[in-house]
Design a protein around this ligand. Structure first.
Ligand code: 5GP
Ligand code: ZN
Length: 118
């Protein structure tokens, strides 16, 4: 299925197979892979295959697909890593701390006494 792409976007390059990732899951509209700079063990990203920067412009059905993939990865993390909890986080715009302008959801397992401060 065709989707919008941006040749200068790192996540578009990962989707296109032009840049490596540690892939966890892929379907027609989404991909999930490990974060290159994990905040905690098991820190992963669920990403739309299409280049939509933020929640206000992504089609609602694709946003639902990303949520379903994030849930799948969160379930796997809970089962495999036995964290004490898991955060799902999604940032929109530099003011919210978004550094890659291609919509993604962080799956962030939590552990006792970790250093994460949200
Ligand atoms: P944001 O700050 O936009 O919410 O999150 C972007 C995330 O993407 C960061 O946690 C960062 O470590 C991750 N990231 C940035 N570049 C790459 C990359 O090339 N590969 C992978 N796997 N993750 C990346
Ligand atoms: Zn992109």
């Amino acid at each position: 299925m065709s989707h919008p792409t941006d040749g200068s976007c790192i996540f578009c390059k990962i989707v296109a197979g032009q840049f490596p990732c540690f892939k966890l899951f892929e379907d027609e509209t989404t991909i999930a892979f490990m974060d290159i700079n994990p905040v905690n063990p098991g820190h992963a990203l669920a990403v739309a295959k299409g280049h939509w920067p933020t929640v206000d412009v992504i089609p609602t059905d694709v946003l639902g697909d990303v949520a379903r993939t994030a849930q799948r990865v969160a379930k796997a993390a809970l089962a495999a890593l036995e964290p004490t909890g898991v955060n799902l986080l999604q940032s929109n715009g530099p003011g919210a701390g978004q550094s890659v302008p291609h919509l993604h959801v962080h799956i962030l397992p939590r552990y006792p006494d970790d250093k994460v401060r949200l």
